[in-house]
Structure formats: structure tokens, C-alpha cells
Design a protein around this ligand. Structure first.
Ligand SMILES: Nc1ncnc2c1ncn2[C@@H]1O[C@H](COP(=O)(O)OP(=O)(O)OP(=O)(O)O)[C@@H](O)[C@H]1O
Ligand SMILES: [Mg+2]
Length: 249
């Protein structure tokens, strides 16, 4: 049973008289525990796809099924609930709330969902420990490095035990050491909790942490590559780069 399915998904943006086909007839499925990387040139529709998969935007045509719910057929309120409870998001620019501490930022999805935070304190502490920030729980984002902020964002994305975590260039704004730490954490959640992850990236090395790479070009899925589970494996990186060259990405 797939955790996530996109079936003939099309997205057109209407800009006055002009319409942009951001995605055209995209279909694919993500199984539980899969770590999928989405690659493709700038403007190929990667972020659009991630937004549709997470219910942040609606497709023009086609269906998206998330955790057995046809999200393209639900009301706005229902989609909001599914998104809050079933999806974790990680963005390129961390998107932490500047006035909240690291621990409060991690708790935010629970707060928004009206949960009793007291009950979750051990879990928040445990997540901060997993991402190596136990000693930074009371720091505000501007008192943290970029890599630390992204690790807070990772803990936040996992706090509600989501069915799926969607990450848009999570290493795009980090130096290579912090980027590797972020990728290793994602891989760890995948290995230890069978966490399902879809990650957009430009970087073949980042994509090598996944076990499946979906290549997008001009809004189409043009290739699907299955790779080994070994993170940062040179052979996988070469295979990804070969496809990128062949497809002129
Ligand atoms: N809100 C919008 N309104 C109109 N057009 C949009 C909108 N968002 C994206 N587009 C267009 O849709 C296409 C796909 O954009 P998208 O942001 O998905 O690309 P991307 O693959 O994420 O690119 P990048 O690697 O630069 O982030 C582009 O041609 C873009 O100009
Ligand atoms: Mg993008």
C-alpha cells in the first residue's frame, strides 16, 4: 500500500492571459519507508510537486492520495487537518518562528493542532537530543547557526509522527558539513522509523542518500532511478550524474 500517490497530476498557473504548465500528467507512488529524491532543472516543477503532495496547493487536474485520503477531493478544512497531522515540512530557509525558542519551534505543529504540550515534553526533548541540540533548547533561531536551525526544523517536521516528510532543498542553504549532518538525520529517521521522505535537491550527493530518484523536466517525470541504500555512495552518485548528463539536466 502506497503512502503517497500522484495520479496524472497537472498544474497550470494562470498569469493573466498566459498560462504556465508547471506539471503535466505526473504519476508516481511512494511506498512506506521510501526515501525519494526529486531532481530536475530550475523551473521543472519540483517545488510545485512538493506543494501539491503536501496539500499546500491544489492540482488543476489529477488526484493525490495521502495516507489513503484522496486529498484532491477533500474540503479545504479537511486538507488542513490532514496536512497538520500527516505531513512534516522542511524548507530551504528553515522557516522557524524567530520569537520562539528551539523547543517551542519543535512543539509548534502540536500547538497549532491544539494538543496538550505538557504531555509531549519528553518527546520534544528526545527529538532535540536526536538532532544534537539538547543544550540549545532555549535558544532563539538568531542564536543558532544555519545548520542548527535546520536541525530544529527537522525535529519539528517529525514531532507529529507524520506519514510523510516533504523537504524542499533542505541542504540548499548549508555548508557541506551541516548539509551532510542534515542528510544523515533524514536517513536515520528513514532507517530507524521506516519514515517516508520525499526530498527535492539539485545535488547528486544529497540525492544519493535516497533509494529512489525521480527526474523532472519541463513538468514531466522523465526518469526514475532506483539506487542503493548506502548514503553518499560514489557509485550511486556517478549513476545519478550519468542520468543527469544523458537527460541534459
Ligand atoms: N505561483 C506561481 N504562479 C505562476 N507561475 C508559477 C508559480 N509558481 C511556480 N510557477 C512556475 O511554474 C514552473 C515550476 O516552478 P517550480 O517552483 O515548481 O520549479 P522548481 O523546479 O522548484 O525550480 P527551482 O529549482 O528553481 O526551485 C516555473 O516555470 C515557475 O515559473
Ligand atoms: Mg523549487
Amino acid at each position: 500500500m502506497s503512502v503517497l500517490e500522484a495520479n496524472k497530476v497537472t498544474k497550470q498557473y494562470q498569469m493573466g492571459e498566459v498560462s504556465v504548465d508547471a506539471l503535466d500528467n505526473v504519476s508516481f507512488a511512494v511506498e512506506k519507508g521510501d526515501f525519494v529524491a526529486v531532481m530536475g532543472p530550475s523551473g521543472s516543477g519540483k517545488s510545485t510537486l512538493l506543494h501539491l503532495l503536501g496539500g499546500l496547493d491544489e492540482p488543476t487536474a489529477g488526484d493525490i492520495t495521502l495516507a489513503n485520503r484522496p486529498i484532491s477531493k477533500l474540503s479545504d478544512d479537511e486538507v488542513t487537518i490532514v496536512r497538520r497531522r500527516k505531513v512534516g515540512f522542511i524548507f530551504q530557509f528553515f522557516n522557524l518562528v524567530p520569537t520562539l525558542t528551539a523547543a517551542e519551534n519543535v512543539a509548534l505543529p502540536l500547538l497549532i493542532d491544539g494538543q496538550n504540550i505538557k504531555k509531549y515534553e519528553p518527546k520534544i526533548g528526545q527529538l532535540l537530543e536526536t538532532v544534537g541540540l539538547s543544550d540549545r533548547a532555549d535558544h532563539k533561531p538568531d542564536q543558532l547557526s544555519g545548520g542548527q536551525q535546520q536541525r530544529v526544523a527537522i525535529a519539528r517536521a517529525f514531532v507529529n509522527d507524520p506519514e510523510i516528510v516533504l523537504a524542499d532543498e533542505p541542504t540548499g542553504n548549508l555548508d557541506s558539513k551541516s548539509g551532510t549532518a542534515v542528510l544523515e538525520l533524514l536517513r536515520q529517521f528513514c532507517d530507524e522509523k521506516e519514515q517516508t521522505i520525499v526530498m527535492v535537491t539539485h545535488d547528486p550527493r544529497a540525492a544519493s542518500y535516497a533509494n529512489q530518484v525521480v527526474f523532472l523536466k519541463d513538468g514531466h517525470v522523465i526518469q526514475n532511478l532506483t539506487i542503493g541504500q548506502r548514503s553518499g555512495d560514489e557509485e550511486d552518485i556517478r549513476a545519478i550524474m550519468r542520468v543527469m548528463r544523458e537527460l541534459e539536466l
